[in-house]
Ligand binder design. Structure first.
Ligand SMILES: Cc1ncc(COP(=O)(O)O)c(C=O)c1O
Length: 380
């Protein structure tokens, strides 16, 4: 078999995106403006949200939501222990404390049965991560923690659905990512969605230095020469109109991208079922996976070799793999700052050690998928 070179992820960008960026470039309005507004309107419609506000990344989107909810020193925010470090870092940005909760080894998402004992009078919000495109069990979380605001970390979940509802409107607010490893991309970029008008207004001001009026409103209004008032310490988290133009094009392709990924995820599930040491992703009833990535779980007791040796063997055959993500409580910063040890969150620890994403993206051919399947079957 000829060795291939298969990336873990590759964005699909080309002529359409290239043509789209020419419009703002020629018009000369380069930062948050008409293209961002169009992208926001389309994204809100696609996710059935009343408001969508574009940002520089999912990290800044999460930060804005926490800041808009007035989370600060003395407050605690629940974060699943197995997620990308940004989910917890944004809590520290606000001067609050991330309180970890263990995850479910099957779904990789926050385990609602571990939540209750972590709630205190200081708990101000729960960040529910929809990891790899599978929504968190929001109804179960709400049952355990009634009345506590839920923020969706929907970095990986554009287009995903839960019990008939879109990711993005399952809690108080949600944050999406358009990093190139996500299903749709603007290079870097993020989006806040919410149905709460006051929260949307606060996010809108905070992303633009706390200005009471956006630059676009000011420039197109009757007195563009009057600078806005500033009553808040805000940030510069504005998306550029170049990204907005690319985002619009990408959003129109989202359903196709997810449909193709779904088809190949089914193929992997079928073709890998006989490998008893490899568990493919599980989609519980009532969930529609967004398929940001295809993350397997390795049973090292039955596997022919350790997870990292498997990843090396696949790497040697030109197949990129990655751990699903990391256990944040095991990262140096978090161990030192909060005195945590790996065994504090055993399921997150195991997911960190035994998860493995295999390539799933919209630039793989049928032969690429067959090559990955054959390479996994060859391991012994
Ligand atoms: C679960 C999760 N949250 C947050 C982020 C941060 O997204 P961004 O890179 O857009 O800031 C990521 C990125 O990988 C992620 O996977």
């Amino acid at each position: 078999m000829i060795k291939r070179n298969i990336s873990i992820a590759l964005p699909v960008t080309g002529d359409d995106e290239w043509h789209a960026v020419q419009e703002p470039l020629m018009a000369g309005w380069l930062t948050q403006g008409p293209k961002v507004a169009e992208f926001e309107a389309a994204f809100a419609a696609r996710h059935k949200a009343a408001y969508a506000l574009a940002t520089t990344s999912c990290t800044s989107a999460l930060h804005l939501i926490l800041a808009a909810l007035d989370i600060g020193p003395g407050d605690e925010v629940i974060v699943p222990a197995f997620t990308w470090v940004a989910t917890a870092n944004v809590v520290i940005y606000c001067g609050a404390k991330p309180v970890f909760v263990d995850v479910d080894r099957t779904t990789f998402n926050l385990d609602p049965s571990c939540l209750e004992k972590k709630l205190t009078a200081r708990t101000k919000a729960i960040i529910a991560v929809h990891l790899f495109g599978l929504c968190s069990d929001i109804d179960a979380i709400k049952k355990v923690a009634p009345g506590i605001p839920i923020i969706e970390d929907a970095a990986c979940a554009a287009g995903a659905r839960y019990q008939g509802r879109s990711a993005g409107i399952l809690g108080e607010a949600a944050a999406f990512s358009f990093h190139p490893r996500k299903s749709i991309t603007t290079g870097e970029g993020g989006m806040v969605t919410t149905n709460d008008a006051a929260l949307a207004e606060m996010v809108n001001m905070l992303r633009n230095h706390g200005a009471s009026v956006s630059e676009e409103q000011r420039h197109s209004g009757p007195r563009p020469y009057i600078l806005p008032d500033f009553n808040l310490v805000g940030f510069n988290y504005r998306m550029t109109d170049l990204q907005g133009a690319v985002g619009l094009v990408q959003l129109n392709k989202l359903d196709r991208f997810i449909g193709e990924r779904h088809q190949w995820a089914d193929y992997y599930t079928r073709e890998l079922a006989s490998i008893k040491w490899l568990r493919t992703p599980v989609t519980p009833d009532g969930y529609e996976h967004g398929w940001q990535s295809f993350v397997c779980y390795i049973d090292e007791n039955r596997a022919p070799m350790a997870r990292n040796v498997i990843m090396q063997a696949l790497h040697d055959r030109g197949i990129s793999t990655r751990p699903g993500t990391h256990a944040v409580h095991m990262l140096g910063l978090y161990q030192q700052k909060y005195g945590l040890t790996p065994d504090d969150y055993p399921a997150a620890r195991d997911c960190d050690r035994f998860s493995m994403a295999i390539p799933l993206h919209n630039r793989m051919s049928a032969d690429d998928y067959a090559y990955v399947v054959a390479a996994l079957h060859d391991l012994r």
